[in-house]
Design a protein around this ligand. Structure first.
Ligand SMILES: [Fe+2]
Length: 362
C-alpha cells in the first residue's frame, strides 16, 4: 500500500520539521506549505489524504484556509485536522465550525500524533453539537463577513490598481466570495450546493432565451452571489427543523438588501448588485423587499428568480421532507406564469423540465 500523503500547513519551520520527522518515521509521505494560499495550491496539486492545519498563520489564517478548501469540490472530502497552540474556551469549536474535521492541541506529542492521524484517516470526525453549533456558526460568519467587508473597501480604494489588473482581479475576488458561499452552504444539508445549482439552471434558461455572452456572464456572477446576504443573518434560524416564525421571516427577508449592501463598494459588480437586491421580487409585484413588478425587473433577475424557486421546489427542506414530483413542478410553474414568474422565462423553464435538462430533485 502506498504511504498516505499528509500536507502540513504551518508557518513555523521548527514545528514543520518536528512533524516531518515524526510522520516520516511512521511511513507517511510528508508535504508542507508555510501559508494558506500556497497550502491550497499544493492541496490541488498533490491531493493529500489528510491536511494538518495550523490556525495562527499570517495572511489568510487557518480558519479561512479551511473554509476555502472545503468549498472546492475536488478537495472538500479531504479531512482537515487543526493543529494549534490555541486551547482556550471555544477554540476547538471554532476550528470545527470553520470546516475542520478534528482538533489537536499543541504541544505535539510524538507518540500520539501518528495514532491520532490514523484515526482521522479511518473516519474519526468531530462535530459541534446542537444549539452550540448555531451560535458558533453565526459568530464565524460574522467574523468572515467583517473581514470580507474590510477587503471590499480595500479593493474599492485600490480601484486604480484594480483597473490595471483588469478582469483577473475581479475573477479572483468572485472566486473567493463564491467558495465562501459554497462552504457555508455545505454546513447545512438543506442548502448544500444551492447557489451552484441555481447558477447552472439560470444559465440553461438564459442560453435557451438567446442571451448574449456578456449577459450570461452577468447571470453567472449574480447566480453565484445571489444569497450572499444570508451570510450575515442568523444562520441558526435557517437550520431549524420547523418552519420559520413571523419574526424570523422578517429577518430572513432582509437578505437580498443586505447582500446588495455588502457588494455595493465593488463597482465592477454594478450589473449584478440590483439582481442580488431583487431576486425575491415577483413579476406581479407580490415579492420582497420592494414589491417591484414586470418591466421594473430585468430579464436576468427574472431568470435567477425562476431558477431559485425551482431549486426550492425540488429540494427537501428541513421542514418539508417530501420533494415535489416533476409533473407537479410543471403545473406549479404554469400556474404562476405571469404571476410569480416572467411568462417567457416560465415557458423556457417548463421546456427545460420537459426535456429533462434540469437538475434532478434532491
Ligand atoms: Fe435568496
Amino acid at each position: 500500500m502506498s504511504p498516505k500523503k499528509i500536507l502540513c500547513i504551518e508557518d513555523n519551520p521548527s514545528s514543520r520539521l518536528l512533524i516531518r520527522k515524526i510522520l516520516e518515521r511512521n511511513n507517511f509521505e510528508f508535504h508542507e506549505a508555510d501559508n494558506g494560499i500556497s497550502g491550497i495550491r499544493m492541496a490541488r496539486e498533490i491531493r493529500p489524504d489528510l491536511i494538518l492545519m495550523d490556525i495562527n498563520i499570517p495572511g489568510m489564517d487557518g480558519y479561512e484556509t479551511t473554509t476555502r478548501i472545503k468549498g472546492i469540490p475536488e478537495l472538500k472530502n479531504i479531512p482537515i485536522v487543526a493543529l494549534t497552540g490555541q486551547s482556550g474556551q471555544g477554540d476547538r469549536e471554532r476550528t470545527l465550525i470553520a470546516g475542520c474535521d478534528g482538533y489537536l492541541a499543541k504541544p505535539i506529542i510524538a507518540r500520539d500524533l501518528p495514532r491520532k492521524i490514523e484515526g482521522y484517516l479511518t473516519g474519526t470526525r468531530e462535530r459541534v453539537e446542537g444549539v452550540e453549533e448555531g451560535n458558533y456558526l453565526r459568530e464565524y460568519s460574522h467574523r468572515l463577513v467583517n473581514k470580507l467587508e474590510g477587503k471590499i473597501y480595500e479593493l474599492a480604494e485600490k480601484n486604480q490598481q484594480l483597473q490595471e489588473y483588469g478582469l483577473k482581479m475581479e475573477r479572483v475576488y468572485i472566486g473567493v466570495m463564491s467558495s465562501l458561499m459554497n462552504a457555508l452552504e455545505q454546513k447545512d444539508p438543506y442548502t448544500a450546493g444551492h447557489s451552484t445549482r441555481v447558477t447552472r439552471l439560470a444559465l440553461s434558461i438564459g442560453r435557451r432565451m438567446g442571451l448574449s455572452p456578456e449577459e450570461l456572464n452577468t447571470l453567472t456572477r449574480a447566480g453565484e452571489l445571489h444569497d450572499v446576504g444570508k451570510l450575515i443573518i442568523d444562520l441558526s434560524s435557517i437550520n431549524k427543523t420547523a418552519r420559520l416564525s413571523a419574526e424570523e421571516w422578517i429577518r430572513m427577508k432582509e437578505h437580498p438588501s443586505i447582500g446588495a449592501r455588502i457588494l455595493m463598494p465593488l463597482t465592477f459588480l454594478h450589473k449584478e448588485i440590483p439582481i442580488v437586491a431583487q431576486h425575491h421580487e415577483r413579476w406581479d409585484g407580490q415579492g420582497y423587499p420592494n414589491g417591484l413588478s414586470g418591466d421594473d425587473l430585468s430579464l436576468i433577475t427574472c431568470i435567477i428568480t425562476a431558477a431559485d424557486s425551482y431549486d426550492a421546489m425540488t429540494s427537501a427542506r428541513c421542514y418539508r421532507k417530501n420533494i415535489t414530483p416533476p409533473e407537479e413542478v410543471v403545473e406549479e410553474i404554469s400556474r404562476c406564469r405571469g404571476a410569480q414568474f416572467h411568462p417567457e422565462v416560465a415557458d423556457a423553464l417548463i421546456a427545460l423540465i420537459e426535456e429533462k435538462d434540469v437538475p434532478l430533485p434532491h
